[in-house]
Design a protein around this ligand. Structure first.
Ligand code: ATP
Ligand code: MG
Length: 309
């Protein structure tokens, strides 16, 4: 089973207006709401693939209830901790000239007691065949070692962890040894303190170093330049699929969803790579973070070109 952990979920609100008038009355021509936050996006994509997951984390207020309703409508299992305050609504204002203005709420503050409650919940959800997906930022009040704490707890109970975060969250979690990671190239370069663009060879070397620390799978995503896979003895370099890009937001989350689905369904390395490339390319063709359809994934999987190193 896959359990996605979203510490800081959000309603993604998209509004369209002709032209934004600061200080004036702005009439919205179209508005859309979607449940978001990286872990929730991963759960939605897994569902679209035909897989299953449980979404957990923190929810609060009416925005939290809306997210719960969306998950219910999509038949995605969930088990959140309810907190005081209001889950974030992140608004993107699209103007006709293509300009985008973002308004992001802070979200509720989380106390140590609530963190303990989450850790207890994760502990009860952990079985040997459970993969926890830790992705995205953490709310105010939460220490940057939280992913490291979760990894320790899950490993004690025999579960596995896929971690997708950046900065201090990433660095601290790496010290504890997650099982699968999917940094993008910039996240990996920052982790390695490089102030230049690393070559593919250098990225493979960095991945190698991480495998030596005990991480089983390292996937380095490189946007439209594709991805590098280091899994066990296999080293694969995959060009991105030639798709018409609509929105690259969520491409990384789709790849994380593919890695989780592949782990849960025990896909072999070839199939895992194909699903990752197809899911992420598919996500690029959809609006916002909407997951690609299963039919599109199957079509794209046929086109993946795997170059073994
Ligand atoms: N323009 C594109 N065309 C085809 N595939 C793409 C494109 N952009 C991204 N992808 C696919 O998506 C994968 C992940 O993209 P990227 O490296 O941008 O992730 P990320 O930075 O983690 O994104 P996120 O914003 O979701 O965190 C790439 O490895 C590639 O397979
Ligand atoms: Mg990412």
């Amino acid at each position: 089973m896959v359990v996605t952990v979203t510490m800081n979920p959000a309603i993604d609100k998209t509004v369209e207006i002709e032209a934004l008038i600061p200080g004036g009355l702005n009439r919205i021509s179209k508005v859309e709401y979607d449940a978001g936050g990286k872990g929730i996006n991963v759960s939605k994509t897994i569902q679209e693939m035909g897989g299953e997951s449980i979404a957990t984390g923190f929810l609060g207020g009416n925005a939290g209830k809306t997210i719960e309703n969306v998950l219910n409508d999509k038949n995605i299992r969930h088990d959140f901790i309810w907190v005081e305050g209001e889950t974030r609504t992140n608004t993107k204002v699209f103007e006709q000239n293509g300009e985008v203005t973002e308004l992001n709420e802070p979200g509720p503050e989380i106390s140590e007691a609530q963190i303990k409650e989450l850790l207890n919940k994760l502990e009860t959800l952990t079985k040997e065949d459970t993969l926890f997906v830790l992705s995205g930022s953490v709310p105010k009040g939460v220490d940057k070692d939280i992913y490291a704490r979760i990894i320790r707890l899950v490993h004690e109970k025999g579960g596995k962890v896929l971690m997708d975060a950046d900065g201090e969250l990433f660095t601290k979690a790496l010290e504890t040894g997650p099982d699968i990671i999917k940094p993008n190239r910039v996240e990996l370069e920052e982790y390695a303190n490089l102030d230049y663009r690393a070559s593919r060879e250098e990225l493979f070397q960095l991945a190698e170093g991480l495998l030596e620390k005990g991480i089983e799978t390292v996937v380095v995503s490189m946007g439209k330049s594709g991805a590098l896979f280091a899994m066990g003895e296999k080293r694969v370099n995959c060009p991105a699929l030639p798709v018409k890009a609509h929105s690259t937001v969520g491409a990384g989350d789709a790849m994380v969803a593919a890695l989780s689905y592949a782990w849960d369904h025990k896909l072999d390395e070839q199939e895992t790579v194909k699903l990752c490339m197809a899911a992420s390319a598919g996500a690029v063709t959809t609006v916002g973070t909407k997951p690609p359809s299963r039919a599109l994934l199957d079509e794209l999987m046929e086109q993946v070109e795997i170059k073994e190193q």
